[in-house]
Design a protein around this ligand. Structure first.
Ligand code: SF4
Length: 207
């Protein structure tokens, strides 16, 4: 019987930061199930493919999780670059902000999947202009970009705020996402919403 080939994105440690323990656990799982395909995705997660669907539950358990991603909508992932602590170009601490964003906004109900990228400097390694919420660090604080998309209908997001502190940028991101939740159609991404919505309407909404 031909084996189906599901493609499973496995959430890896937050913001793609790895540890020796996690790598050993992962290597043990790959060997145990003789997994034919393992890859780091562009979103700093892991893709495993080519295995028998019957082992799925065991696979998740051995990777230390109960099951796969349960959130078809809402914040899908937050990716962050090494930032000021680990990169010579870094201006701000992107990893720390990524964690704060996850705590503040990770469970927010939203109309469709929402991708967040945080870059520690304007080189923008996390491609903030094409994320639903993109945040990058400048010397004087964070810049927030909203409504970007890198998919089949790409859109460069709009700069919504500049020179922001951690608290200010999280608050502004929350306001943008609230606007999105209140105005988007079901399953409509932020990029589509902002293509058909005048930017002024969003700005009027922001306090
Ligand atoms: S965005 Fe800037 S700080 Fe982050 S990895 Fe790239 S160059 Fe370094």
């Amino acid at each position: 019987m031909a084996i189906q080939k599901p493609y499973n994105i496995l959430p890896s440690p937050k913001m793609g930061v790895l540890s020796a323990d996690y790598l050993e656990q992962l290597a043990a799982v790959v060997r145990k199930y003789d997994l034919p395909f393992l890859k780091i995705t562009s979103a700093q997660r892991l893709a495993i493919a080519g295995h028998d669907p019957a082992i799925l539950e065991d696979l998740w358990r051995d990777l230390g999780q109960n099951s796969g991603p349960q959130k078809p909508v809402g914040i899908h992932y937050i990716q962050a670059c090494p930032g000021v602590k680990w990169c010579k170009y870094g201006r701000q601490d992107s990893l720390a902000l990524g964690e704060k964003l996850e705590k503040a906004l990770g469970s927010m109900p939203l109309p469709a999947k929402t991708k967040v990228g945080v870059s520690g400097c304007p080189m923008n390694c996390c491609e903030c202009y094409i994320r639903d919420v993109g945040i990058f660090g400048m010397k004087k604080g964070w810049t927030l970009v909203f409504g970007g998309n890198g998919g089949g209908v790409p859109r460069i997001g709009d700069i919504i705020g500049e020179g922001l502190s951690d608290t200010e940028v999280i608050d502004l991101a929350a306001q943008c996402l609230t606007f999105y939740a209140e105005h988007a159609r079901k399953m409509e991404r932020t990029g589509r919403l902002m293509t058909r919505t005048p930017l002024e309407k969003l700005k009027e909404f922001l306090v």
